[in-house]
Design a protein around this ligand. Structure first.
Ligand code: ATP
Ligand code: MG
Length: 219
């Protein structure tokens, strides 16, 4: 079964085609990488798949449902129930501790449980940092809090936009390891990356150029 079908999707800003007639299908349980030069439309596509933006043209079927037909509250619900976002620009709440940031995700699933939140932080190696605010954490540690937050609801689909972008080797290895664990637990993974190394963790790599799918590579 396909968890995702992107059908003839375009995103047009005035005269700029950020995405131009993109077609893409992802089977449930697969791991896909998206590569391509800066400005090729990777984040635009991830925002649309992640229910944070709508295409100008085309449809997106997520887990059997056409999300392009949904209202904003419905999109928020889908995002909450099915998607784990690991976006660099998807900030943690600055005045909440690492633990509280994870608990916010629980709150949206109406089951706040401090022990479970702490366990999620333990899984990403941050139990000792639970009471720290985001500004007291390194970039790699903040990224791991985002992953702990994504771990909370066992999302069907994990979307990671440059999850290792600013990380050193050991943090990169830790993040990739966590993604592998989530994948083994059954999540479908889509990772945007500029790193060929990182892209090779996927079964398939899609290369975007000028808003179009330029190549599909089987790794
Ligand atoms: N809200 C917007 N309004 C106008 N143009 C936009 C908007 N969002 C993105 N764009 C443009 O769409 C194109 C694709 O942007 P996008 O962020 O998807 O690129 P990207 O592939 O993620 O690049 P990078 O690797 O630098 O993150 C760019 O030319 C960008 O300037
Ligand atoms: Mg981007």
């Amino acid at each position: 079964m396909n968890i995702l079908e992107v059908n003839n999707v375009s995103k047009i800003y005035g005269s700029l085609h950020a995405l131009s007639d993109v077609n893409l299908t992802v089977e449930e349980g697969k791991w896909l990488s998206i590569m391509g030069p800066s400005g090729s439309g990777k984040t635009t596509l991830m925002n649309i798949i992640g229910c944070m933006d709508k295409p100008s043209l085309g449809s997106v079927i997520l887990d059997g449902q056409d999300i392009t037909q949904l209202s904003l509250p419905q999109l928020t619900e889908i995002r909450r129930d099915k998607i784990g976002l690991i976006f660099q620009q998807f900030h943690l709440v600055s005045y909440l501790t690492a633990l509280e940031n994870v608990m916010v995700a629980q709150y949206y699933h109406s089951m706040v449980d401090e022990n479970e939140a702490l366990q999620a932080l333990e899984r990403v190696g941050l139990a000792a940092r639970a009471k720290h605010l985001p500004r007291q954490l390194s970039g790699g540690e903040q990224q791991r809090v985002c992953i702990a937050r994504a771990l909370i609801n066992y999302p069907k689909l994990i979307l990671a936009d440059e999850p290792t972008g600013n990380l050193d080797e050991s943090n990169e290895a830790m993040v990739m390891n966590l993604l592998h664990q989530l994948h083994e637990e059954g999540s479908t993974i889509i990772v945007v990356t500029h790193s060929v190394e990182v892209s090779k963790h996927a079964q398939t790599t899609v290369v975007l150029e000028h808003g179009k799918v330029a190549r599909v590579i089987n790794n």
